[in-house]
Ligand binder design. Structure first.
Ligand code: GLA
Length: 397
């Protein structure tokens, strides 16, 4: 963390001049333990914030101009705009549409910036890995705007503004999970969130001799314009068909019995599979939360595996790379559970592995993956971290 902060400050100085008045902020990425594609179906999710995330060094300007730079996208150079000018869709596929979307979402809520600023971002979440680098940029931007311009906003508001930016500025109809996990993260805890009413509880993660390990397929997933928005529409269609007879507002309200009794109403095998995943995945999250409370990590792991199978077969958002990593993990002694995490179509798996089994786990996945796809997968064991924060800068004497 020290290193990335130092690099950020020296880049800032190189781009924008001296270091007078610079402030540095951080917001985390997330990994979801279980509960995939439930957050736009009124179901539960169970993510935790990571010690990986995005940093920004920023300084308020006297005029209304904004200058953006990201150390992760140096080829884009410094992008210049001002606090009024940009509109959705203007940047095309550029990283800056995430922070700009947040400024736009602030404006849409009547929260106007008084001045512009110079900003330099740097993140250590591999982009396209499904660990929410974009949500971390959004929450970070919202958080630093709040701190710089004294907006009366709660952390929850920052999550909602970030989601709004993602939905309406970037055209990705995501749910609230990623921005919520980034804004509300708590060290050593996962967030058991009911997305129907945004009530939540923190659950202490004590996996004892087990370790949470993330494996990256290094296959970039691209959710904007992908099947993500289609899945969302399919669930809405299945819900509206169930509503012919059932007084429900979301698929997350259904338990196993009522779904099994009324699923015939959907009348389309594909839509039925999508709805089945949403209903059963939500029930699995509730079950997983209880298993964790009862320290039943075996059961927790089984639920992770079932989640993957459902995402693979019923929701169809997995891919051969994710399926290989999970199936090799399941074959390894000492692996309690393994599943894809995030939106899917690439990105990462998350696995719960006994610490003594980690070398074998890595060896096996590494060689099988390389053999099948001709390029390597990578492993991370980040800590479960806290939410956004301002970082102190140690000035050199
Ligand atoms: C992406 C979205 C989230 C959520 C997950 C799938 O990460 O941004 O809102 O829907 O996919 O669980």
């Amino acid at each position: 963390m020290e290193k990335i902060r130092e690099e950020l400050l020296s880049k800032f100085k190189e781009l924008y001049g001296d270091e007078e008045g610079i402030r540095v902020f951080f917001a985390p990425g997330r990994v979801n333990l279980i509960g995939e594609h439930t957050d736009y179906n009124g179901g539960h999710v169970f993510p935790c914030a990571l010690s990986l995330g995005t940093y920004a060094a920023v300084r308020v300007r006297k005029d209304q101009n904004i200058r953006f730079y990201s150390m992760n996208f140096p080829d884009c150079g410094v992008l210049e705009t001002n606090i009024y000018e940009f509109r959705p869709g203007e940047e095309g596929e550029n990283w800056s549409s995430y922070p700009m979307g947040v400024i736009w979402a602030f404006r849409e809520r009547g929260l106007f910036l008084e001045n512009g600023f110079d900003i330099c971002y740097s993140g250590n979440i591999p982009s396209g890995s499904g660990l929410s680098s974009s949500a971390s940029i959004e929450v970070l931007t919202g958080y630093l705007l709040r701190e710089l311009f004294h907006f009366p906003l709660e952390l929850l508001d920052l999550a909602l503004l970030g989601q709004d930016a993602e939905n309406r500025y970037n055209g990705m109809n995501c749910g609230i999970m990623d921005q919520f996990a980034s804004a509300m993260g708590k060290k050593y805890h996962a967030i058991y969130l009911n997305t129907e009413d945004l009530s939540f509880e923190y659950a202490l993660l004590d996996f004892r001799d087990l370790r949470l390990i993330i494996t990256n397929t290094n296959k970039k997933h691209k959710l904007v314009g992908s099947a993500y928005n289609d899945r969302r529409r399919e669930c809405e269609e299945a819900l509206s068909r169930l509503q012919w007879r059932l007084p429900i507002h979301s698929l997350g309200e259904l338990d196993e019995e009522s779904f099994e009794e009324y699923r015939f109403l959907i009348g389309d095998p594909l839509l039925e599979k999508r709805a089945k995943h949403a209903v059963y995945e939500n029930l699995r999250v509730i079950d997983a939360y209880i298993a964790l409370q009862q320290d039943d990590l075996r059961h927790f792991g089984i639920l992770m595996n079932e989640s993957h199978i459902s995402l693979r077969d019923d929701y169809e958002v997995s891919c051969p790379e994710l399926d290989l990593l999970t199936s090799e993990a399941w074959k390894t002694q000492g692996v309690f559970g393994s599943r894809m995490t995030g939106g899917g179509f690439g990105g990462c798996t998350v696995s719960l592995v006994h610490k003594d089994a980690l070398p074998e786990f890595k060896k096996r996945l590494k060689s099988q993956y390389q053999k099948s796809f001709g390029y390597p997968c990578s492993f991370y064991q980040p800590e479960v971290g806290g939410g956004p924060a301002e970082l102190r800068i140690r000035r050199k004497k």
